[in-house]
Design a protein around this ligand. Structure first.
Ligand code: EPZ
Length: 429
């Protein structure tokens, strides 16, 4: 298994471009199953392990998938295998996103239950109950969700809690259902909106995305689309923390600043100077480029993760690293997932003073970290360990970096280009 080695203490400077959003690309690629005739073309698709996984899954179903650099073209007219097998789903939970499209277009689906992961049990009961309200007959046995439906029909569905992929699955299913579906207490994430915009360009009739109530009037057919995936707000916020932890001063290009208000507010409160710029870094506001300057000493800031537009749970681990370098005590409360503090134990090995009490982690900032061998446990935890390595005195060796590759495209190369002393050691077979 690959390792990443980081020598800390080097200031980052220059400019970096944010890649396409993994969590927008996954549902959007899955939505190609809804199109019965012709090839859709998706651009700005990040070249990530999870993207390869969903492309493989769609191909095994019979779709024709052409991936070249950041472009993926999919023709799902030939899909005949209505199954997502355990050996694929176990590597990527988001495979559950084919369930809604398969039931909507074919009236049949067998999708492996995703099961839990390092950060929590991650049930899919809300996906299933919503589809049942739309007329699907669902049987869960031997680790698989078997669904059947003559034709899904509209329903008025209220989620117990805002679920991102649950909202996406049901929005896709409702696009081809008979009648109108209303999703209440729906997820408002920008990635949900990106999917809705793409579906509308396919011919779906969707209103209200980005609010807690989304209504979808089903149509009989959707047509192929050309669509550009939105930039990744979590990668962008992670890069902002990279500036903070290295006393950096650099440009982040293609940054969806308007979709990061909660995270930017907390980073600025902690002491980062984050300002929109014109082209080539001049003062101005071209809407896509941002300059991030670290202004130490950092202030300790409390954070509570919440569904969008609150502070993203996917930024919790990265923000904690910044708090290790602040002066004071920060309380970070994780309200979305029940086990998303695995990175704490690794940061403690790097000298961090963090106490976990229930859903909260209390970080007493010491202003420094020391390099150590550490192990990644999940996607965002691995990003936080890279950030810690950038700040730490000495060398940090991060193992199990396949977690990182699921969500960050060539992350160490992007950081190298900014001046980080970081390299990947590829394990010989
Ligand atoms: C999406 O996961 C993201 N993944 C996650 O990103 C992200 O952390 C999460 O949303 C929250 O923002 C993708 O978009 C592919 P949820 P998802 O359903 O949809 C509970 C990353 O790092 N719940 O919004 O699986 C659930 O247990 C990944 O890129 C149910 O109880 O998350 C959790 O406590 C990690 N029943 C809460 O809702 C359900 O049927 C939110 O989960 C569904 C969810």
């Amino acid at each position: 298994m690959d390792k990443i080695l980081v020598k800390g203490g080097h200031r980052l400077a220059g400019e970096v471009v944010v890649s396409g959003a993994k969590n927008a690309a996954l549902p959007i690629l899955a939505s190609s199953l809804l199109v019965s005739g012709g090839r859709s073309r998706f651009s700005n698709v990040p070249r990530l392990r999870d993207i390869s996984t969903i492309c493989t899954l769609l191909s095994t179903m019979g779709a024709k998938v052409y991936a070249h650099e950041e472009v993926v073209e999919i023709d799902a007219s030939g899909v005949s295998i209505l199954e997502a097998s355990y050996d694929l789903v176990k590597t990527m939970r988001a495979s559950i996103l084919v369930l809604g499209p398969l039931l909507a277009r074919f009236g049949e689906a067998s999708v492996s239950l995703p099961g839990g992961c390092a950060i929590g049990a991650r049930p899919v009961n809300l996906h299933i109950s919503g589809l049942e309200m739309m007329g699907a007959k669902i049987r869960v046995e031997h680790g698989y969700i078997h669904g059947q439906a003559q034709r899904l029909h509209g329903a008025d569905i209220t989620f117990d809690l805002p679920t991102v992929t649950g909202t996406e699955n049901l929005m896709m299913a409702a696009s081809l259902a008979r009648g109108t579906t209303v999703l209440r207490n729906a997820a408002r994430e920008p990635e949900v909106c990106d999917l809705a915009i793409c579906l509308r360009q396919m011919g779906a009739r969707i209103m209200g995305e980005g609010t807690a109530t989304i209504s979808i009037e089903g149509v009989d057919k959707l047509h192929p689309v050309e669509y550009e995936i939105m930039p990744d707000r979590i990668e962008a916020a992670t890069l902002m923390v990279a500036s903070g932890v290295t006393n950096g001063d650099f440009l982040i290009k293609n940054c969806p600043l308007d979709k990061m208000a909660a995270e930017v507010a907390k980073l600025q409160e902690a002491g980062l100077a984050i300002s929109p710029v014109g082209k080539n870094g001049e003062p101005g506001h071209n809407g896509v480029d941002v300059r991030v300057v670290s202004q130490r000493p950092f202030t300790s800031v409390d954070v509570k993760t919440m569904p969008y537009p609150g502070f993203a749970t996917d930024m919790q681990a990265q923000f904690m690293v910044l708090m290790c370098l602040a002066r004071g005590t920060s309380v970070i409360t994780e309200t979305v997932f029940e086990n998303r503090f695995m990175h704490v134990f690794e940061l403690q090995r790097m000298g961090a003073d963090i106490e976990v009490e229930g859903r909260s982690a209390i970080t007493k900032g010491s202003g420094k970290l020391s390099g150590a061998p550490v192990m990644a446990s999940d996607l965002r935890a691995s990003a936080s360990l890279v950030l810690a390595g950038l700040a730490a005195e000495g060398e940090t060796i991060i193992s199990r970096v396949y977690h990182l590759d699921r969500g960050y495209y060539q992350f160490e190369k992007k950081l190298q280009a900014l001046g980080a002393h970081i390299r990947r050691e590829t394990a010989t077979a």
